[in-house]
Design a protein around this ligand. Structure first.
Ligand SMILES: NC(=O)c1ccc[n+]([C@@H]2O[C@H](COP(=O)([O-])OP(=O)(O)OC[C@H]3O[C@@H](n4cnc5c(N)ncnc54)[C@H](OP(=O)(O)O)[C@@H]3O)[C@@H](O)[C@H]2O)c1
Length: 312
């Protein structure tokens, strides 16, 4: 499962000196590996995550690997709109312009729970948190004069579409697989609508499936869940069948596609695409690329965030 290059190979020869990259969930797994690779390019990398100690560890690890790295850290908890606003302010103080925003943080298959603002935990963290952060950072993205937004999605989006009538699971029995699938579908729809709205300001947006990668994302999975998932995910005849219990890569390779989305020359005039294996993929679920649904999700997300911020 290592036909893709490593993230470090993707940035070989890339010089982003003077540019600024923000990565959410940079304290572990794919975010951490992406941060190391982008630091290698000379970019100023802003690590955003919720655990201060893990952020400090990550910063120290990158500095040991890349001695001239330019790194900042910002505390960001995507389960709270107030915390997201504070993080956006902190990022604004460091970064007048943002060239790459990598919306990477995520949780998977969490037991039912709600964020501080009452959103279902997976939809709230993976989609709405990033929706609000991205909205708040739009001025800095526009200042870059050419910026990319990279949304981490997943082939797990095939598990479910977003129920636009009940995205926060208020009227259905909670299903942790479907809730993750919906949040990852939302990540793609968000990229589709971001690209449509912002491309005139030279901001392009991408959705990425990183592969099946050994990280702490699976912390909520039982042995039975692994079995259920393997049977549940429909295999695409055009691509190799993946057994999540056996076919996985390590973050060094897993982070390659999201880093490619951030720096790849081939993507300079492209956006609103789904990427995997360092290529544009056509084989996503059709509902995840539906432009009309992308607009509706945007309107719903905007309303949720506005109402919650106003204390409704
Ligand atoms: N690994 C895979 O096989 C795979 C496959 C498809 C898609 N993806 C996607 O790739 C992305 C990265 O996942 P990963 O595999 O690197 O997982 P990971 O190792 O668990 O890392 C996730 C990161 O997100 C952070 N995070 C979680 N909740 C947060 C919150 N409320 N606020 C701020 N940060 C938060 C985590 O911080 P804490 O440590 O503090 O929780 C951690 O830094 C996710 O969006 C995931 O859906 C992964």
């Amino acid at each position: 499962m290592t036909s893709t290059p490593t993230a470090l190979e993707v940035v070989d020869g890339v010089d982003l000196t003077g540019k600024i990259c923000v990565i959410t969930g940079a304290s572990a797994g794919l975010g951490r590996e992406s941060a190391r690779a982008l630091a290698k390019t000379g970019a100023h990398v802003i690590l955003a995550a919720r655990n201060r100690a893990a952020l400090a560890d990550t910063e120290a690890w990158i500095r040991a690997e890349v001695p001239d790295a330019v790194i900042s850290t910002v505390e960001l908890d995507l389960t709270s709109l107030a915390a997201i606003r504070s993080a956006a302010k902190a990022i604004d103080a460091i970064a007048p312009a943002i060239h790459v925003l990598m919306n990477n943080a995520g949780v998977m298959f969490t037991p039912f729970g709600r964020t501080t603002d009452g959103f279902e935990m997976q939809f709230g963290t993976n989609h709405l948190g990033h929706f609000e952060l991205t909205r708040l950072l739009e001025p800095q993205l526009a200042m870059a004069g050419g910026a990319r937004i990279v949304n981490l999605s997943s082939d797990g989006h095939r598990l479910a579409d977003v129920d636009l009538d009940d995205p926060n699971w208020q009227h259905r029995e909670y299903d942790k697989f479907a809730a993750y699938g919906a949040s990852k579908t939302a990540n793609i729809l968000h990229a589709v609508e971001l690209d449509r709205r912002l491309r005139d300001r030279a901001i392009r947006a991408y959705a990425v499936h990183p592969g099946v990668v050994a990280t702490s994302l699976a912390r909520h999975m039982s042995r039975d869940d692994f079995t259920a998932l393997t049977e549940f995910v429909p295999s695409d005849p055009a691509r190799d069948k993946v057994d999540v219990r056996r076919d996985f890569s390590m973050p060094e390779h897993g982070a390659a596609t999201q880093v490619w989305a951030a720096v790849g020359d081939d993507l300079a005039d492209v956006g609103s695409v789904y990427l995997a294996d360092c290529r544009i993929q056509e084989d996503m679920a059709p509902y995840a690329m539906d432009e009309a649904r992308a607009r509706r999700l945007w309107e719903i997300s905007e309303r949720f965030c506005t109402d919650a911020s106003a204390g409704h």
